[in-house]
Design a protein around this ligand. Structure first.
Ligand code: HEM
Length: 521
């Protein structure tokens, strides 16, 4: 309690982020890992304790924690200097299963990872993302046979978005072929594509982190399939690394290294340099046991997870809201048509589609794929946690966890009027105020803020705007109602109730979500 400056809050047996806190069923005395989401309405801790910064102190297991839904406190934590608040070993998440990486590292190690990766995020990359997204969209329409249809039923929009963003990521990030009908696979005879492997890995990463080695060998289908998925991915990553190595080697032999600026090439090249020898062996590259030298695999996986599922979830949520809001769709479509009208061809232009971007932002505001931003105090420090006119300084002891709660910020009536309402115009209203597009680096906090904010923000918005603009231009998105056993179709309210139930594994989002597309005349 002293560690959190005696700040009022929950006193419970287990920290929400501890193993028992996460494994035991969530209840009033065990908020569980997803409480920032599940308790955002009825059991809201900030309202209960009458302040925007509150604490959780567990008396059996787990570190003392401070949670904040105050943007002002969030800024002090995330932009006040990494020597005060940063990640730490006890915040290492499942990404570290594959090796050290940009998401989990801290201090100088993190700087190294960020410095190596940053050059991959430039205007050339965003142009490739735009180009790849347009091409893949066209290929998807043709491969799925949509061109000849007026109505298309999509029983799972999430699986379409998952495949779309993963294919873009493997193409732009790794240089894999861009193909809708033939997702990347690891040669003949493999019954799982890389796409399926990643799906399995995304859903089993917690198991992989926690399971003892014997558990992998259990003779049941689920375990066999999971093991197979991990094995295939290791082989796939190794072959990708080798391909890039070879091309770097060939260039070097010609005395002319033109290093690809894609993420994977930069990481592989860096691993060769930092390893201090002509390259780590294949086994080292895909090694799963410490001590690691600099291996790109940890980074590659963290980018893969941080990069594709988040965008897929953001798009899935945006389409769910749009399906219920034809007026907003019409507004976006008029902008999309305006953008293409004065051009010789019907090329779309990211910079002019601020309403489409706003529709994506608003989806992420309501269902932030990365709902919390956790940090640890690196030294004894002080936070100004005044909510009202009365100033209040809070002493924070070194080692205390401080969690910036993006769900709390995004639903806070102090920052958003009618916070529960999907209203993209709250982002484009800024256009008049500031004579600029929705502000890329401004108030939108869904990608976090400060030096460790999302490196893939523009990457993600480029892909999302391209997908949404292409889809909405030709199709109206509507809910796809299920039919009850008694033959009656679901009502809109039942659809909403079913679809807007959030699911949180590595990211927060919707999974059970079906829509139909009706061709616009
Ligand atoms: C809708 C899409 C996305 C959302 C909402 C999102 C959100 C976030 C958030 C909230 C963080 C901060 C996490 C923290 O500090 O604890 C973050 C970090 C990060 N994101 Fe994203 N992200 C998205 C897309 C992407 C994409 C497309 C990529 C890569 C291509 C990416 C790569 C990363 C990386 C590497 C970090 C760690 C940065 C660091 O610590 O230096 N993200 N993201």
């Amino acid at each position: 309690i002293k560690a959190v400056g005696s700040l009022p809050g929950l006193r419970i047996p287990f920290s929400p982020f501890s193993v028992p806190g996460g494994v035991l069923p969530a209840t009033w005395w065990n908020p569980g890992f997803t409480f920032v989401w599940n308790w955002r309405k009825d059991r809201n801790v900030y309202r209960r304790f009458g302040r925007d910064t509150t604490s959780i102190v567990s008396f059996v297991h787990g570190s003392p924690m401070i949670f904040t839904r105050s943007l002002e406190v969030g800024r002090q934590v995330l932009t006040g200097g990494l020597e005060k608040f940063d990640k730490s070993p006890d915040l290492k998440g499942p990404f570290s299963y594959w090796g050290p990486n940009i998401v989990d590292e801290y201090g100088d190690q993190w700087r190294k990872h960020r410095k190596i990766s940053s050059p991959a995020f430039n205007n050339e990359t965003y142009a490739s993302v735009w180009d790849a997204s347009s091409k893949l969209f066209a290929e998807m329409v043709s491969a799925q046979g949509w061109s000849s249809k007026d109505v298309v039923e999509l029983p799972s929009i999430y699986s379409v978005m998952f495949k779309f963003s993963l294919t873009i990521f493997t193409s732009v990030g790794f240089g894999a072929p861009l193909a809708w009908s033939k997702p990347p696979s690891q040669g003949e005879g493999d019954n799982l594509s890389v796409l399926e492997c990643l799906d399995i890995i995304t859903n089993t990463l917690m198991f992989a982190v926690a399971a003892p080695s014997w558990a992998w060998k259990l003779p049941f289908k689920w375990f066999r399939r999971t093991r197979r998925a991990y094995d295939i991915m290791r082989v796939f990553m190794r072959s990708q690394v080798n391909t890039i190595r070879e091309s770097i080697g060939l260039e070097a032999a010609k005395g002319d290294i033109k290093l690809g600026k894609d993420l994977f090439s930069l990481l592989v090249h860096a691993s060769d340099d930092v390893g201090g020898k002509k390259g780590l062996s294949d086994d080292e590259l895909v090694s799963l046991s410490p001590p690691y030298s600099f291996s790109p695999i940890g980074d590659v996986f963290s980018f893969l997870y941080a990069g594709h599922d988040t965008t897929a979830q953001g798009l899935t949520v945006a389409l769910a809201f749009l399906a219920l809001n034809f007026d907003i769709q019409d507004e976006l479509v008029s902008q999309i048509r305006e953008v293409t009208e004065d051009r010789d061809n019907d090329t779309l232009d990211y910079g002019k589609l601020d309403k489409v971007l706003a529709a994506f932002y608003e989806a992420i505001r309501l269902y932030p794929p990365g709902p919390i931003v956790p940090r640890v105090a690196k030294k004894d420090t002080v936070l100004n946690v005044s909510d009202t006119d009365e100033p209040r300084m809070l002493f924070v002891k070194k080692g205390t966890h401080v969690v910036v709660d993006l769900v709390g910020i995004h639903y806070h009536p102090r920052y958003y009027s009618d916070p529960e309402v999907y209203r993209p115009s709250r982002w484009y209203a800024k256009k008049q105020d500031q004579s600029s597009n929705v502000r890329e680096g401004g108030d939108f906090t869904g990608f976090s803020f400060g030096p460790r904010s999302c490196i893939g923000r523009k990457y993600s918005t480029t892909e999302a705007v391209c997908f949404l603009a292409n889809l909405l231009r030709d199709w109206r998105v509507e809910p796809l109602f299920l039919v009850h056993p008694n033959g009656k179709a679901e009502s809109v309210d039942e659809w909403r109730e079913r679809v807007f139930r959030a699911d949180m594994m590595l990211t927060l989002g919707l999974k059970d979500h079906n829509v139909r597309l009706v061709r616009r005349k």
